[in-house]
Each structure stands twice: as C-alpha cells, then as structure tokens.
Design a protein around this ligand. Structure first.
Ligand SMILES: NC(=O)c1ccc[n+]([C@@H]2O[C@H](COP(=O)([O-])OP(=O)(O)OC[C@H]3O[C@@H](n4cnc5c(N)ncnc54)[C@H](OP(=O)(O)O)[C@@H]3O)[C@@H](O)[C@H]2O)c1
Length: 216
C-alpha cells in the first residue's frame, strides 16, 4: 500500500486521482484549500485543508508520504487573461524544496499540452487561440516544468490535451516521443487512470507524455 499525497484534490483531475488511488488500494492524503468539501469517504483517506503556497501546510502534507501527485488548477475567469499567473511556479518551487527536505522523491505533476517544449508542436491553426486564451497560465506552467526537470526528484510530467468530464475509458494515447505530440481531447478520469498507474511504476520516470484520447 503506497501513501499518496494529492495536492489539488478537491476538484477535477485531483479528485479523480483520489477516487481511483483508493480503489487501487493506496492510502491517500487529499489536500486543497477546501478539502473538506470532497464527498469521497474511505478509512484510507485523510482530508487536509491547506494552501499549496504555505510552507507550514506543505510540511504537514508531506509527512509520511511516498508519492506526491500535484494537480493544481486556477479558476477560468477574466483574471486568467488579464493578470500574470504565478500559482503553478510558486507552488512547485515550494513543493520541490519541501519534498527534497522531507526525503520524498516521487512526483507526478499535471501541466498540459502546450507547456514547456510541447508548445513548439502546437499547430498553426491552434497557435493563435492558445496565445490569446492560455499564454499567461502556460507561461507559468513552463516555469513549473523547468523547476521539476532541474530538480533531483524522480518525476513524471503529465500533459493532457483538452479536458472533459466523461467517465474513464482506459483507452487513450500516451505520446512520449516529441514527434508524436499533438493536441486532443481526454477525460479527467482517463488522466487520473494514467496517473494512478504511475504511482508504483518507474516506466515513465523522467518523461513528459502528452495524453489524448481523440487527437484534434
Ligand atoms: N481545462 C483543460 O482543458 C485543461 C487542459 C490541459 C491541462 N489542464 C490543467 O489540468 C490541471 C487540472 O485541471 P482541473 O480542471 O482538473 O482542476 P481544477 O478543477 O481547476 O482543480 C484545481 C484544484 O487545485 C486546487 N487548488 C488551487 N489553488 C490551490 C492552492 N493554493 N492550494 C491548494 N490547492 C489549490 C483546487 O482546490 P481549492 O480551490 O479547494 O484549493 C482544486 O482542487 C490544471 O493545471 C489545468 O490547467 C486543463
């Protein structure tokens, strides 16, 4: 039984990871500012209200865990377009340093297709909407990826395409080689399926796969 910390566990991919990691027999600490709102119940689940930007909260969250899944997100509102985004880089700078101090080595982090070196593979048609709508968030996700790649951690960066709330299909493409990288659609449940598989596997260590079910 692996002890898993999920940072960003109250909604979206994080919540799906909590559900599926428990089903897989792991012990889960679910952290978010509103972790209490998580409706999942299990004797193997601990809900921890905490802020990923707060060092004391992160020290508490990292106590006695083997693997960290970071699945932070920001609300889709006007601020995302008008103000620089810093959550991903700030939280990751803190997380990497606290993991190194706590001796926790395995990190599985969700960023997105278009972060870091995957940006160059965005096709001509999608490049303009990407720049208009997502540039602020993805500039910060690129810094986030760089902090992880240059750390001493045992990391996997997970880059989903456009997310849906459909159920788990278990049928999606894991595009590891950069010549294959392209955008597509995938459910949060399928992203969680991939992440939970990585909890006890080293096969994707040091890799940054793009995940899509239906390529666009
Ligand atoms: N939407 C897409 O099509 C798409 C495509 C590719 C990648 N992505 C990326 O995938 C990731 C997950 O997205 P999602 O929509 O599944 O998640 P989401 O619904 O945005 O959930 C984000 C989680 O982060 C937590 N969080 C935010 N700030 C926090 C803080 N300071 N401290 C602790 N927890 C915090 C939230 O909980 P609290 O608010 O309770 O703290 C929530 O549990 C995001 O990074 C997103 O950008 C999205």
């Amino acid at each position: 039984m692996t002890r898993v910390l999920v940072v960003g566990a109250s909604k979206g991919i994080g919540r799906e990871v909590v559900r599926q990691a428990l089903d897989a027999g792991h012990t889960v600490r679910a952290m978010a500012r509103s972790a209490d709102d998580l409706e999942i119940k299990s004797g193997d689940l601990e809900k921890l209200n905490g802020d990923a930007l707060n060092a004391t909260d992160m020290k508490t969250a990292l106590r006695d865990v083997d693997v960290v899944v970071q699945a932070l997100g920001i609300p889709l509102d006007m601020k995302m377009f008008t103000k620089p985004v810093t959550l991903f880089s700030e939280a990751t700078r803190l997380l990497v340093s606290e993991m190194e101090e706590a001796g926790v080595r395995r990190l599985i982090c969700v960023t997105g297709y278009g972060a870091g070196d995957s940006r160059k593979s965005i096709n001509f048609v999608q490049r303009v909407p990407f720049k208009l709508l997502l540039a602020n968030a993805y500039d910060d996700k690129s810094i986030q990826e760089e902090l992880i790649v240059t750390s001493d951690l045992d990391w996997t960066i997970v880059r989903p395409g456009i997310l849906t709330n459909q159920g788990k299909s278990g049928r999606y493409r894991v595009l590891v080689d950069e010549t294959q990288w392209r955008n597509g659609v995938i459910s949060r449940a399928d992203v969680a399926d991939f992440i939970v598989e990585q909890i006890d596997s080293k096969s994707m260590s040091g890799k940054k796969p793009v995940l899509v079910r239906f390529p666009l």
